[in-house]
Ligand binder design. Sequence first.
Ligand SMILES: [Zn+2]
Length: 376
Amino acid sequence: MPDRFSFALHATDGKARTGVISTPRGQIRTPAFMPVGTAATVKAMMPESVAATGADILLGNTYHLMLRPGAERIDRLGGLHRFMNWSGPILTDSGGFQVMSLAELRKLTEEGVTFRSHVDGSRHSLTPERSMEIQKLLGSDIVMCFDECPALPADEAVVARSMRLSMRWAERSKAAFGDRPGHALFGIQQGGVTPELRAESAEKLKEIGFDGYAIGGLAVGEGQEAMFGVLDVAPDMLPEDRPRYLMGVGKPDDIVGAVKRGVDMMDCVLPTRSGRTGQAWTRRGPVAIKNARHADDPRPLDEECACPACRSYSRAYLHHVFRSGEIISSMLLTWHNLQYYQDLMAGMRAAIAAGEFATFEAEFHALRAEGDIERL
Ligand SMILES: [Zn+2]
């Protein structure tokens, strides 16, 4: 195992890239999809099951973990990896985005954010310095800068003011992070859907200097077309030799479009959340397992999928356990969805390495356009 964080680009195809991020806790094959383990668990999954799908890295949420069970407590118990029994790399967000979306009575100043917990109403504050401290207590391998992100659409002046605040916080985050060999700090580009603001943000981040760069402030209500519009220009503004992480994205077609535009890492709650609400993602698009058409169907959800839900159970069974509110429904559908996402990433990595990304993308869209298999 290397004692340092590094990124090696192995192949490119158009703007799409494939490579490997090396960390002391293991390698991350890119493009990578990171399952979300919000409260120190990928909901409905054992950690070894998440690893079996092909996931190299998990994401943990600073905001949730600082409120419950608390960063100092996790540190006393040996850190987040040991606490949740995941030995691979973990990326933690900074808490900034979730404070804005979940906390009550937030107050934003130059210093940071004060707020009341959505769990028990207790008062807390998050600053760039405290966010760095919490992520260190958790033992995160990839630490994110503390930033602020306005919901879109927003007035350009609001977006600009917020981006410049985030850049000042990025500078404070870097200073507070210090020198921690083997751990990485990523800067977060902001600027909404305005290319000039995105460019200003990228320049500032490069001046500060980070181990990787995230494209933040997307998937917040702007729609796929606007998001792709930003991704047509934003990745090129970031250093070629560092990983690029698109935060909070997304649906399978968002992911394929992002990789095509030069993104290396993504995360989203969609596959896990959908798994608990009866929505499966397949090569032929989304399938609502609750629909009556599946009640007598002995076929697997997805013939090509090697996950336990597809290998050992019928659509009829998955329909039955979902309709009955059985816990195994969430377990099987979550496993399937995570497997599908990881298969999608593996397919893209192979296609980029072979110089066949365009063919892969065409087949991806063609199969989805056909829709789900004919009903029996
Ligand atoms: Zn499956």
